[in-house]
Design a protein around this ligand. Structure first.
Ligand code: PEP
Ligand code: MG
Length: 763
């Protein structure tokens, strides 16, 4: 049964027009289950009716004609009850309503199942049979399973505008809202621009060739031109881009290196294939291998390989045919849309017209997202329910904060959005005007703001200094951008640059926090529950050689400075702290020994732990005895306290750091820390959000660490509020029943202070 079900869904997936696909599905189900009829009705919320969309068994002329009210007939009943209805004699059911057009007089047995997606009834699928019988449990289970899968198809098709147009799915006439992953913050309006990808390996037909020497020449030339192009692009990037972001292009160079890809391609050419075909064969293999990896970071690398190879192919063809491809260029404010936006695509897009980015595939790990953040261009990634051609030429509103895209917006929505963009720039001006002023509330509560650093979210181009220091330096990103563990010396150089950037301010470096959602490409970990598994300090303590090299590198880098602080992630027991301290001490003594001759010893760094696993909340006094400071990782604390995976879109609505229980835990932590005289910082996302910063101040937090992007805004906001008010708000928040109620209290307050608009809770 399961195989048949899979086959039916797969078959349906292959048919682009939804209406045709539904017909096919109805026929296949009827045939598989041996019933007399299978029909599908879809909900029309505006008209409050279910319309018959496809049938095999009822009269075909009834399709689109029969419209059953939400409160009418058996179909309406299935929709209202939101559960299957299985009856032996439908005609005798009190809710039965006769629709002569469908010609169902001979049918008695009826099984109807609602098609539901995210709690919303999208339609009803029915089976009917003349025999008077109840459908079996197996049949019912089959239909329920099928309906759940159908719900996904309908949702995707609805977004594609397919429901209104059977011949083409590429039309959006009405406004559509599409969700993706927030890749780079900011709001943008522009017209969709999908770069021409007509030359690509995917569609390239492979051919043989009898002159390998010529083909090898062509291939080498293609690579050479591509290499020059990539070089030019990395030079063309804005000045403000940090070197480590530009280093993305080094990866392209490695790939172009004759020793890896090139060697295999040339081997294939010698076997008798022409250059483009040899390239396709090798790259297909590479990309498939990358895509098959569990590790999302490695899957992302397939994008780089394919992008680069398409460019090589284009250059080979130019070389072979002597024709230069005239590439279409954007000439108006545009939103770059592509199946897979690559870093090179971004770098070559005319900067003055680039307002935003939509990538159908990819995540905020993608190089395009990293680069977009560095360039200050809003981006939404993983927008899987649309296609580039669908968005070409369409007006698009892009919300890079929420990861949302609005296509062909209605006039009032566009006006509202335009106003938000204006407000954003007006507020930015006001915020900028107060940059550098002390972060102190109206009634004199002094706050210290730190930044979270380490490439991932902090490279926004308008970063304004580093406030009072770095509250969290995430060290894992440089580990992720390499193909092996960085050597001790490589790490020393990197950390030294960071420590040097603010020699008089504390720099808190977190030891490697991989595992969970941050796997290392070259250190695969296969686990059922990675967030509950081998991550953070659990992994590094099991691999003292990795931990020691990193700590030694931090200590060596810190020679001559007094600003290094070391922080341990994912601590869940006192024993882990003791073990880590022992290793840090060992590393310290080793370094002291090594520098014995020159006499330059490193300063002993302060040691802190992250509070992100709920168990530590009940051991804070014991932990306080072993460390110098605490730092709350509210992102993970939220996920572990609420039992909600922070990356799972299905439960994303449950993941919220403003859940009153999470706020209660944060309040408890700061009180306990104060009672134990231990400094406490908070470095999760909530610290950089306006609503969060106010509540945290009310709780007693005086050190907030956030992405550099938010620093000015929070500094400005604190200067507008009072400690007293923040305490009153906290009292309301802690007794609220939900995060929504917390947001409504905060928004009411922000409105009364004249701080509404962009600075709003839950935005
Ligand atoms: C956190 O968990 O809140 C945190 C700051 O760490 P990360 O987001 O890197 O897990
Ligand atoms: Mg964390």
């Amino acid at each position: 049964m399961l195989t048949t079900l899979k086959q039916i869904v797969q078959e349906m997936n292959r048919i682009p027009a939804l209406d045709t696909a539904l017909f096919r599905l109805a026929s296949r189900v009827k045939q598989t289950l041996g019933v007399n009829s299978c029909s599908i009705y879809l909900a029309d919320d505006e008209a409050q009716v279910f319309t018959l969309k496809a049938t095999d068994g009822l009269h075909p002329d009834a399709v689109e004609l029969v419209r059953i009210g939400y409160a009418e007939g058996l179909i309406g009943l299935v929709g209202q009850r939101e559960e299957p209805l299985n009856i032996a004699n439908a005609q005798h059911h009190p809710r039965f309503k006769h629709y002569p057009e469908v010609k169902e007089d001979n049918y008695n047995a009826f099984l109807g199942t609602p098609i539901i997606h995210q709690r919303k009834v999208l339609g009803v699928i029915t089976l009917q049979q003349s025999e008077m019988r109840r459908f079996s449990e197996d049949e019912e289970a089959f239909l329920v399973t099928l309906a759940a899968q159908l719900a996904l198809e309908i949702t995707n098709a609805d977004i594609r505008g397919a429901l209104n147009n059977t011949s083409s799915i590429e039309t959006i006439v009405q406004q559509k809202n599409v969700r993706g992953i927030a890749g780079s913050p900011g709001l943008a309006i522009g017209v969709g621009f999908a770069p021409d990808k007509s030359v690509n390996l995917k569609n390239y037909v492979i051919k043989r060739s009898a002159s390998p020497a010529t083909e090898i020449q062509l291939y080498r030339k293609g690579v050479e031109v591509t290499r020059e192009h990539v070089d030019n692009l990395s030079h063309r990037l804005d000045e403000g881009i940090p070197d480590d972001v530009k280093a993305i292009f080094q990866l392209y160079h490695q790939l172009l290196d004759a020793n890896s890809l090139g060697r295999e391609v040339e081997e294939k050419i010698r076997e008798g294939w022409e250059a483009g075909s040899a390239l396709k064969m090798v790259v297909d293999g590479y990309a498939a291998r990358f895509q098959a990896m569990d590790d999302p970071y490695m899957q992302e690398r397939a994008i780089d390989i394919v992008d680069l190879s398409d460019r090589i192919l284009a250059n080979i063809l130019i070389e072979a045919n002597g024709k230069v491809n005239e590439e279409r260029q954007a000439i108006q404010p545009s939103i770059l849309v592509a199946e897979e936006v690559s870093a090179t695509m971004l770098a070559e897009f005319p900067r003055q017209h680039l307002k935003g980015i939509i990538s159908i595939r990819g995540s905020n790990n993608s190089h395009a997202a990293i680069l977009a953040r560095a360039m200050g261009v809003p981006a939404v990634m993983g927008c899987q329910s649309v296609s580039p051609s669908l968005l070409e030429g369409k007006e698009i509103l892009l919300d890079g904060y929420a990861g949302e895209v609005i296509i062909s917006p209605e006039r009032n929505i566009k006006a509202e959005f335009t106003q938000l963009i204006e407000e954003e720039s007006a507020i930015t001006e006001r915020i900028d005007a107060e940059a550098g002023q002390p972060c102190e509330s109206v009634d004199g509560c002094r706050m210290s703001l730190y930044i979270n650093a380490g490439l991932s979210a902090d490279v926004e181009s308008n970063a304004d200094g580093i406030g009072s220091g770095i509250g969290l330096y995430r060290t894992e990103i440089p580990f992720m951008l390499r193909e092996r563990f960085p050597s001790e010396q490589e790490q020393v150089e990197l950390y030294r640059q960071v420590l040097e950037s603010a020699p008089n301010l504390p720099i808190t470096m977190r030891t490697l926090d991989v595992g969970g959602d941050k796997p290392l490409p070259y250190f695969p970990i296969n686990e059922e529950n990675p967030f509950l598994g081998w991550r953070g300090v659990r992994l590094t303590l099991d691999h003292p050689e990795i931990f020691l090299v990193q700590v030694r590198a931090m200590l060596r880098a810190s020679i001559g400075f007094k600003n290094l602080q070391i922080m341990l992630p994912m601590i869940s027991t006192v024993g882990e702290v003791q073990e880590a301290k022992r290793l840090i001490n060992q590393a310290y003594l080793e370094i002291c020994d090594e520098v014995h001759e020159t006499g330059e010893r490193p300063n002993r760094p302060k040691l802190g732990i992250m509070l992100e696993v709920p168990s530590v909340l009940y051991q804070l006094p014991q932990l306080a005895k072993h460390v110098d400071f605490f730092s709350v990782g509210s992102n993970d604390l939220t996920q572990y306290l609420l039992a909600v995976d922070r990356n799972n879109t299905r439960v994303a609505s449950l993941y919220n750091s403003y859940h009153p229980a999470v706020l209660g835990a944060l309040y408890d932590i700061v009180q306990q820390a104060n009672n134990n005289n231990i400094p406490v910082t908070i470095c999760g996302e909530i610290a950089g959000e306006p609503a969060g910063a106010i509540l945290l101040m009310g709780m007693g937090y005086r050190k907030l660490s956030m992405s550099a992007f938010n620093l000015r805004k929070i500094n400005w906001l604190i200067r507008k509020v009072t400690l007293e008010e923040s305490k009153q708000l906290l009292a309301l928040a802690l007794t609220s029943i939900s995060h929504e109620e917390v947001f409504s209290h905060l928004n009411e307050y922000l409105e009364t202070k004249g701080l509404g608009g962009l600075i709003r809770a839950g935005a």
